[in-house]
Ligand binder design. Structure first.
Ligand code: OSB
Ligand code: MG
Length: 372
């Protein structure tokens, strides 16, 4: 295929409530959307997961906007490709890092390819599920009571996993309170977003007693050796998020024993090709994976849901329905969840299975740039 034009846009989407993690808070999502058009007329939308601030990864929406415009789009427009699986290598030539920016185009190419072949994205990726299990990620709350209330509501709504964001000073006590409120049977996890060090031993010992399904990214985002040291001391599996930037980091994790679960976010690892490689390697090694989220709009969510339909995704994903994030999404139909925590994987139409509401996207657009 050959991509003939790319239009980048930034839209602003207010969250229904602010989302706080250990390293920062967001109340309005700045979302970079891309519209790719192929020479044969096929169109696909994709989304960049980078946020306003470099507090999760070094990338931001502004670095992505810049590197796409300066380096990446031009490269994609220059040549045709046999398979979307080949696009990443081309984007990597002479451009280090910037995985979220690269993923924007790479993922769009998978959707173009699926659409042109008349296949759903899930089918194109090799996923065979018709629905995927969903968990909720609850941000840090001002009080323990507020957190307990949200956790109770999430369990009542049917979510199959409840993940609590933690930071030093808001960890053992609120997590213990949630565990007491929801009971032993609820799958509970915590995500520190790299807020701790190996010297926080007492906190980890206490968390280790709370029956958590995993502790996500407790330590420095790029320190696999420290995670290996911590994993040796804990019963609870460590799940790596920020640390896994590609399949090479999975090899290192396995060699060092840095974790026992992997959170795959296609944006973080540079696209769907890398996600498939990580999935495959983890299945082979017996490491459970699940699909993380980055507060995506309904566009990015379509890619995550399709990916989570693969067999190695054994834990519920951070794939909440549209209404958990937005008063109104930018796609139709909006993403919904059944009352037993399942999201339907679109399989009956080619491509993403949701359409972009152009009127709404136009109204929310604060900048746009067209190439080709
Ligand atoms: O660490 O998983 C994370 C959101 C922004 C940045 C990092 C993370 C998250 C989430 C959100 O947990 C999950 C979701 O999209 O529902
Ligand atoms: Mg995380």
């Amino acid at each position: 295929m050959r991509v003939r034009s790319v239009e980048l846009r930034e839209i602003r989407l207010p969250l229904v409530e602010p989302f706080r993690i250990s390293s920062g808070s967001v109340s309005e999502r700045r979302v970079l959307l891309a519209e790719l058009a192929a020479a044969d007329g096929t169109v696909a939308w994709s989304e960049c997961v980078a946020g306003r601030a470099p507090n999760y990864s070094p990338e931001t929406i502004d670095t992505a906007w810049w590197v796409l415009g300066e380096w990446l789009v031009e490269r994609l427009l220059a040549e045709s490709w046999e398979s979307a699986a080949d696009v990443r290598a081309r984007l990597d030539e002479g451009v280090r890092g910037h995985r979220m920016a690269k993923a924007t185009l790479e993922m769009g190419c998978w959707a173009l390819e699926a659409t042109a072949r008349g296949e759903s994205l899930a089918a194109r990726l090799g996923g065979d599920r018709t629905e995927v299990a969903t968990g909720i990620s609850l941000g840090i709350q001002p009080t323990t009571e507020a957190l307990v209330e949200r956790a109770r509501r999430a369990v009542a709504a049917g979510y199959r996993k409840v993940k609590l964001k933690i930071r030093p000073g808001a960890d053992v006590e609120p997590v213990r309170a949630v565990r007491a409120a929801v009971g032993e049977k609820v799958v509970l996890t915590v995500d520190a977003n790299a807020a701790y060090g190996l010297d926080d031993g007492a906190t980890f010992e206490a968390l280790d007693e709370l029956g958590l399904a995993m502790i996500e990214q407790p330590l420095e985002w790029d320190d696999l050796a420290a995670h290996a040291e911590l994993q040796r001391r804990l019963q609870t599996p460590i799940c790596l998020d920020e640390s896994i930037t590609g399949v090479g980091r999975v090899e290192e994790m396995l060699a060092l024993g840095s974790g026992r679960v992997v959170n795959i976010k296609p944006g973080r690892v540079g696209g769907l090709g890398a996600s498939l490689a990580i999935h495959e390697r983890c299945v082979e090694a017996g490491v459970p994976v699940w699909c993380g989220g980055m507060l995506e709009s309904g566009v990015g969510r379509a890619y995550n849901v399709a990916l989570a339909s693969l067999p190695g995704f054994v834990h519920p994903g951070d794939l909440s329905p549209s209404a958990r994030y937005w008063a109104e999404d930018v796609v139709e139909p909006e993403w919904t969840m059944s009352d037993d925590g399942l999201v339907t994987v679109p399989r009956s139409e080619p491509g993403l299975g949701v359409s972009v509401r152009h009127d709404r996207v136009d109204a929310l657009t604060v900048r746009r740039r067209r190439f080709g």
